[in-house]
Design a protein around this ligand. Structure first.
Ligand code: AMP
Ligand code: GLY
Length: 419
């Protein structure tokens, strides 16, 4: 198959690495891609946010499958354009991607579909949002409705703090509508699926680490590390499946969305049962970097089957062992990252049971330089989570990455319990 992958971050680096292992892959183009992806994929000068350009490339090169990595091309309409141009597309329509691109839409959808989630109010003015904050006694999450690159949510414990969050988020373009919801407690579980319009296949379960600093302190980020597989017992899984995943799929079908692509369900395991925190219309970053090495199946065949409406439903096979990814970020991330650190990654060259996925780097004659907020995700594999964790941190310790920040406690706790 001839495949066009859209995106260029750490998630797409891992997707390209996995697609490259497929016996069915003939050509892999990536736009915009990154220098680190060069061995796995051929970069093409194409703007993934330009639907007409994506459609033209699909026609000219006779692309069989377009695999959409991040949310921005979905929001721009590139998945619809590629589909209209005749390709199979792994990525939902612009309209279905509102599950991610509008938190107010997602809340309405969950309510209508009977999917358990936090009680919430959608507010179209700052004054209304402040009323909602007071109604929740300040214990709430304040969320910008629109896309905000992981910076659109503030979890609050008191009224003054939540009002300040309303003022701050309300002043952003993504925050013209604000969602204020009840604050929930519990460990978080990431469930990522491939969806083919009516059925879903579940990737190995994982857990993200959202906060910037050790001990879940500091601001929310896009994610500072992930582990896979997250151990979920049969009874809990049954609830996730029947109360959340089945109802989500039934809702998508009922509302007439022919949803074909990745669906990420962020779940909080509260004392009252599993509740949805958010949907994303793409795979997670950095979860993908820890999940794909554990997937014992051909990602290209799965994505093509999802895009063609021919997926075999169920839980996908997981390799034995475990995987832990540690994300390294530039100083100042997430508020105001200051990239530019020189990176010497040679210490990990050829290291067994370790993988380095690049999120934001540049290559020059002198070597690699940090070029983004999140820079690298270093992944360790092992026979179990503690071994994978030790491998990941061993690999990190071999890199010379002055000034980069990373958490020391990724996978120290697993779903809230000491590992
Ligand atoms: P979201 O983008 O909506 O998933 O929010 C980002 C992060 O904020 C989540 O992964 C949680 O860590 C936290 N969060 C969001 N909503 C809530 C909530 N209702 N209660 C507690 N924490 C939340
Ligand atoms: N790591 C969370 C996300 O990709 O949204």
């Amino acid at each position: 198959m001839k495949v066009l992958l859209l995106g260029g971050g750490g998630r797409e680096h891992a997707i390209a690495w996995k697609l490259r292992q497929s016996p069915r892959l003939k050509t892999l183009w990536v736009a915009p891609g990154s220098e680190a992806m060069a061995p796995a994929a051929e970069r093409v000068a194409l703007d993934p946010l330009d639907p007409a350009a994506v459609a033209a490339f699909v026609r000219e090169r006779k692309v069989d499958l377009v695999f959409v990595g991040p949310e921005a091309p979905l929001a721009a309409g590139s998945s619809d354009a590629a589909r209209a141009a005749g390709a199979l597309v792994f990525g939902p329509s612009q309209s279905a991607a509102r599950l991610e691109t509008s938190k107010a839409f997602a809340k309405e959808f969950m309510k209508a579909s009977g999917v358990p989630t936090a009680r919430a109010l959608s507010c179209s003015s700052v004054a209304q949002a402040k009323d909602a904050v007071r109604a929740f006694g300040g214990r709430c999450a304040v969320k910008a409705d629109g896309l905000a690159a992981g910076k659109g949510v503030v979890v609050c414990g008191a009224v003054a703090e939540a009002e300040a969050a309303v003022d701050a988020l309300g002043a952003t373009a993504a925050g013209r509508v604000l969602v204020v919801e009840e604050r929930m407690e519990g460990p978080e579980l990431t469930v990522m699926m491939l969806v083919d319009g009516r059925a879903y296949a579940v990737l190995p379960l994982s857990q993200d680490h959202k906060r910037l600093r050790d001990g879940d302190a500091g601001p929310n980020t896009g994610g500072m590390g992930a582990l896979c597989p997250a151990p979920v017992d049969d009874a809990l899984w049954k609830r996730v499946e029947t109360e959340i995943l089945d109802r989500t799929l039934a809702g998508l079908v009922k509302d007439g969305f022919d949803y074909r692509g990745a669906l990420y369900v962020g779940v909080m395991l509260t004392p009252d049962g599993p509740r949805v925190l958010e949907y994303n219309a793409r795979f997670g970053d950095p979860e993908t970097q820890a999940v794909l090495p554990m997937l014992d199946a051909d990602l290209l065949s799965l994505a093509a089957a999802a895009a063609a409406g021919a997926l075999a439903p169920g839980r996908l096979p997981v390799k034995p062992g475990a995987c832990v990814g540690v994300t390294l970020s530039s100083p100042g991330y997430p508020e105001s990252p200051k990239p530019g650190a020189e990176l010497d990654l040679s210490g990990a060259d050829g290291l067994k049971d370790a993988l380095i996925f690049h999120a934001g780097t540049k290559k020059s004659a002198a070597g690699w330089t940090a070029a983004g907020g999140r820079v690298l995700t270093v992944v360790g594999l092992g026979c179990d989570l503690p071994a994978a964790r030790a491998r990941a941190y061993d690999a990190v310790s071999r890199l010379k990455v002055p000034g980069l920040h990373y958490r020391r406690d990724i996978a120290a706790k697993v779903l809230g319990r000491a590992a």
